[in-house]
Design a protein around this ligand. Structure first.
Ligand code: ADP
Ligand code: AMP
Length: 246
């Protein structure tokens, strides 16, 4: 007997079934891709990720989003992570490596993944490479969102997010149709607690000291592509698409 939580396909509108079928047909023709997006806070990783995700049928794994969800749900992991996050410091390597190890095995990551905000230390990169080696796969490309620190304060302090979808807006550069409201769901937008000029300073310090060496780590493997992340969003998207189709 089917369990009471099982979905009856007859209950799903035909248009939704057709859309999903077409999506799956399109995905079956796409090459697998395992990508890392690296860049300081505000460089545009979260803005470009949904576009890449849709183009290549990948899953989008943002460790910051996952950690914020754990903090909000007050899980043991969230309780451990909160203090470092509030201060703009990195949480321990073991916590995030555990999250990613589990997440990349999900069915939605079957055609590959976009890692956004991970790895942020060389230790995390080494652990990731070990995980992938066990699966017989490897990172195909690392997209380096290169940008000057000076641009980031305006981007970070003007950022508004829709927490459940991860959609990102900006008061000046990408305003929602109605201020404070998500375009798709009509739900309220929020500002992140760590998106202040003061916390940004520590986050940038952590980026330069702990994360920039990850770019050199993958540079030696010949998989890094450098983007001009200071350009307008559409131009950055064009650069990403060029890199991924080459
Ligand atoms: P990250 O995920 O790297 O922290 P986001 O993608 O969330 O960065 O972008 C930070 C803020 O800057 C958001 O409010 C976003 O709307 C805006 N933004 C993203 N890319 C650009 C861009 N190329 N030019 C101007 N603003 C941008
Ligand atoms: P983000 O949403 O990527 O800006 O991340 C928000 C915060 O989550 C960071 O300032 C860190 O405290 C924490 N965090 C996210 N990803 C990692 C990671 N890979 N390693 C350590 N800390 C992380």
């Amino acid at each position: 007997m089917a369990s009471s939580s099982a979905v009856d396909l007859a209950d799903i509108p035909s248009v939704d079934l057709m859309t999903e079928l077409l999506r799956r047909m399109k995905c079956s023709t796409k090459p697998d891709k395992r990508l890392i997006l690296i860049g300081p806070p505000g460089s545009g990783k979260g803005t470009q990720s949904p576009i890449i995700k849709d183009d290549y049928c990948l899953c989008h794994l943002a460790t910051g989003d996952m950690l914020r969800a754990s903090v909000a749900a007050k899980t043991p992991l969230g309780i451990k992570a909160k203090e470092a996050m509030d201060k703009g410091e990195l949480v321990s390597d073991d916590l995030v490596v555990g999250i990613i190890d589990e997440a990349i095995k999900k069915p939605s990551c079957q055609k590959g993944f976009i890692l956004d905000g991970f790895p942020r230390t060389v230790v995390q990169a080494e652990k990731l490479d070990e995980m992938l080696e066990k699966q017989g796969t490897k990172i195909d490309k690392v997209l380096n969102f290169a940008i000057d620190d000076a641009i980031l304060e305006e981007r970070i302090t003007g950022r508004w997010i829709h927490p459940s979808s991860g959609r990102t807006y900006h008061t000046k550069f990408a305003p929602p149709k109605v201020p404070g409201v998500d375009d798709v769901t009509g739900e309220p937008l929020i500002q992140r607690k760590d998106d202040t000029a003061a916390v940004l300073k520590s986050r940038l310090e952590a980026f330069h000291r702990q994360t920039e060496p990850v770019i050199d780590y993958y540079g030696k493997k010949g998989v890094v592509a450098h983007l001009h992340a200071d350009k307008p969003p559409k131009e950055v998207t064009n650069e990403v698409q060029k890199v991924l189709s080459s």
